[in-house]
Ligand binder design. Sequence first.
Ligand code: ATP
Ligand code: MG
Length: 253
Amino acid sequence: MIEFKDVTYTVSGREILSQLNLKVPLGKTIVIIGPSGCGKSTLLRLAMGLIKPTAGQILLNGQPLTDPLTGKNKFSRGMVFQSSALFDFLSVYDNIAFGLQRRKNLTPEEIKHRVSRELERVGLGADPSLLTKRPAELSGGMQKRVALARTLAMEPKIILYDEPTNGLDPIMAGVITELILQVQRSLGVTSLLVTHDLKTALRVGDEIGLLFQGKIRELGPPLAIMESKDPLLRQFVEGVPTDPLRTNGEWCL
Ligand SMILES: Nc1ncnc2c1ncn2[C@@H]1O[C@H](COP(=O)(O)OP(=O)(O)OP(=O)(O)O)[C@@H](O)[C@H]1O
Ligand SMILES: [Mg+2]
C-alpha cells in the first residue's frame, strides 16, 4: 500500500534518511522504532506528502504520492501528530469537524453524526460538555484521543501515527494502544506507526523495524525483534545508553 523506494531526505546538508526502503502492506501495521532524532517523524511527513524526498520515490498503491491538499487521493491518508496538533482556538467539535466541513458532499447533519461516532469510538462519547471545550482544557490523553477521532472522522485508508503514546502515563498509554488495535481490527486500515515505546510497538505491530542512520534495520515480527541478536536492537530493547546506537557522542547520525 505504501512503498518507500531508495528514499533519501537531506536537510541543511545532513542526510536524515539514506536510500531507505520500506513496504507497508495493505491492512497491516508496521511499527518503526528508533532513538530520538533519528528521522521517525520525517519518515511520516514524507509518507503524508508534507515534504518531498531529496531522492527516491514514495508510492501509494503503486502510484507516486500526490500533494495532500490538492491531489486526488488527498483524503486517503490521515496523520495523528506527535503533539496532537489540535487547533487551540477551536472547540473539540470544531477540531474534529474541521476537515469534514471542507468536504463539499457532507451535510451538517452527517458531520454531526460522524463527530459523535468518532468520539464514541475513542471513548469520549459519554460527556456532551466536552464538545465545546478547547484543547487546553483537556488532559494529554484526552487530546490524543480527540486527535485520533479527528483523523478517523476523515475515514482514511492509511493512518500514520507519530508517537501516539508520547508523554502519557502507562495506563493512558495502554488505553491509546488498545484503541489503535481496535481501529486496526474494526476498520482494517493500513498503518505506519513510529514510536520509541516498545510496549506499544509489540502490541500493535505486525512487523517492527528499527530506524538507524537513515535506514530500516531488521524488519520482522515482534517476537523475532525481541529475540534478535543484532547489537543495535539489543541496545534499544534493553535501553543501554552507550555504543553502538550512540556513536561519537551523537545519537543516530
Ligand atoms: N526542517 C528541518 N530543518 C532542520 N533539521 C531538521 C528538519 N526536520 C528534521 N530535522 C532534523 O532531522 C532529524 C530527525 O528529525 P525527526 O523529527 O524526524 O526525528 P524523530 O526520530 O522523530 O525524533 P523524536 O523521537 O525526538 O521525535 C533531527 O536531527 C532534526 O533536527
Ligand atoms: Mg518525532
